[in-house]
Design a binder for this molecule. Structure first.
Ligand SMILES: Nc1ncnc2c1ncn2[C@@H]1O[C@H](COP(=O)(O)OP(=O)(O)OP(=O)(O)O)[C@@H](O)[C@H]1O
Length: 317
C-alpha cells in the first residue's frame, strides 16, 4: 500500500536568543520517514531531540527550513486549503486539561468541530456521530453531557480528546506524549486505544514519546531521534530487541527524566543539549561509549542493516 505521508530531508533551524542571533541550532536535521496507512509510527527520544518540532511541521504550526512533507504526493508546505488538511490530520496533545478550556463544557467542543468542518446533517445524525466516536473510546454522550473539564478525570478527558479528534475521520493522528499526564494506572488503557483506533478506523498514528515500553507495546515501526537526527529506525521489535545504535542501547537501559523540581539540573541539561546540537560530527559522540575519532569529525551516513537503518560510523563500510 502506498504511504500517506512522506518526509524527505525535513529540516528546521532555529536561532537561539532571537531572530537576529548568530547561533543557530538545527532542531530537525534532514530527517526522512514515511507513514503507511493504518500503522503506528513512534518518534522516540529524550527531551529536546526534535520530536515536537517534527510534529509541529506536520501540523502546519511551523514551516520547515528545508526539505519536503508530502501527503499523497502533495507538498504540504504549499497546501493552500489548510482546513482540508486539518480534516485529514488531527492532534492529541499531552495535557487534556490544557486542550479543553475549563470554562467551556466538553460537549461544546464536539458540536463546534462538527460545525467547523461542516460534518452535520441534522440533530439526530450529529448526536449519532458524536456517540459513535465516544463509544469507540469507552465513553458516551451521557458521560460528558453538561460537564466541564474539571468534572472529568484526566483519563476520561484524554479519551474525550481522542474521540473528538476522530470526528473528521482523519487518516492521521499525531499524539504528542498523550499519556504522560494521565495516572500511571490508566496509561496502558489509553495507549491501547490508539491501537484500537488504528485497527477500527484505519487511521495512522504518529506516537511521540519518551516511553519505550508503551512504544514497544503499540507501535509497528519506530524512529529513535537524537539532537535532530533519526539515529535508528525500523520495525519496533527489530529496533528495541536488537538495538544497534549506541544511543538506542543507552535509551533502552535508562530514559533520563528531567526533574522540574531541580532548576540547576534543568539548566545544566539545557547547556548539554545546546552543546550537543552544535557539536561537529555525530551529535552523540560526547556521550558514546564506543566513540571513534571519525565520530568527532563527520556526521555518519545512514546504513541499512537487517531491516533497520542506522546512522552510526560503527556500521559504515
Ligand atoms: N521556537 C523555538 N525557538 C528556538 N529553539 C526551539 C524552539 N522550539 C524548539 N526549540 C529547540 O529545538 C530543540 C528540539 O525541541 P523539541 O521541542 O522539538 O524537542 P522534543 O524532543 O519534542 O522535546 P520535549 O520532549 O521536551 O518536548 C530543543 O533544543 C528546543 O530547545
Amino acid at each position: 500500500m502506498s504511504e500517506i505521508l512522506k518526509a524527505r530531508n525535513l529540516t528546521k533551524i532555529y536561532s537561539l536568543g532571537g531572530l537576529f542571533s548568530r547561533t543557530k541550532i538545527t532542531a530537525v536535521d534532514r530527517i526522512s520517514f514515511s507513514i503507511q496507512p493504518a500503522e503506528i509510527f513512534t518518534l522516540a527520544g529524550e527531551s529536546g531531540c526534535g520530536k515536537t518540532t517534527t510534529a509541529r511541521m506536520i501540523l502546519g504550526f511551523e514551516y520547515p527550513t528545508a526539505g519536503e512533507l508530502l501527503y499523497e504526493d502533495q507538498n504540504l508546505v504549499e497546501l493552500r486549503d489548510k482546513k482540508a488538511w486539518f480534516k485529514k490530520v488531527q492532534a492529541v496533545f499531552q495535557n487534556p486539561f490544557e486542550t479543553f478550556n475549563p470554562l467551556r463544557k466538553v460537549e461544546d467542543y464536539f458540536f463546534e468541530t462538527i460545525q467547523n468542518f461542516h460534518l452535520d446533517k441534522n440533530e439526530r445524525e450529529t448526536e449519532e456521530l458524536i456517540e459513535e466516536k465516544l463509544q469507540a473510546v469507552g465513553l458516551s454522550l451521557c458521560d460528558i453531557a453538561g460537564k466541564y473539564p474539571g468534572e472529568l478525570s484526566g483519563g476520561q478527558l484524554q479519551r474525550a480528546s481522542i474521540a473528538r479528534s476522530l470526528l473528521t475521520n482523519p487518516s492521521l493522528l499525531i499524539a504528542d506524549e498523550p499519556v504522560s499526564m494521565v495516572d500511571a494506572s490508566l496509561r496502558m488503557s489509553v495507549v491501547n486505544l490508539f491501537r484500537k483506533m488504528c485497527d477500527s478506523f484505519q487511521v495512522s498514528v504518529i506516537y511521540i514519546t519518551h516511553d519505550l515500553a508503551t512504544a514497544y507495546y503499540i507501535s509497528d515501526r519506530i524512529a529513535i531521534m537524537f539532537r535532530g537526527h533519526i539515529v535508528e529506525t525500523g520495525p519496533v521489535d527489530q529496533v528495541l530487541e536488537n538495538p544497534k545504535h549506541p544511543y538506542t542501547k543507552l535509551l533502552i537501559e535508562s530514559i533520563p527524566q528531567p526533574d522540574p523540581q531541580i532548576p540547576e539540573k534543568a539548566a545544566i541539561q539545557f547547556l548539554e543539549e545546546k552543546e550537543e546540537y552544535l557539536r561537529k560530527g555525530c551529535k552523540f559522540s560526547g556521550r558514546c561509549p564506543e566513540v571513534m575519532e571519525i565520530c568527532k569529525q563527520q556526521v555518519p551516513e545512514d546504513t541499512s542493516l537487517d531491516g533497520t537503518v542506522v546512522k552510526c560510523h560503527l556500521y559504515q563500510k
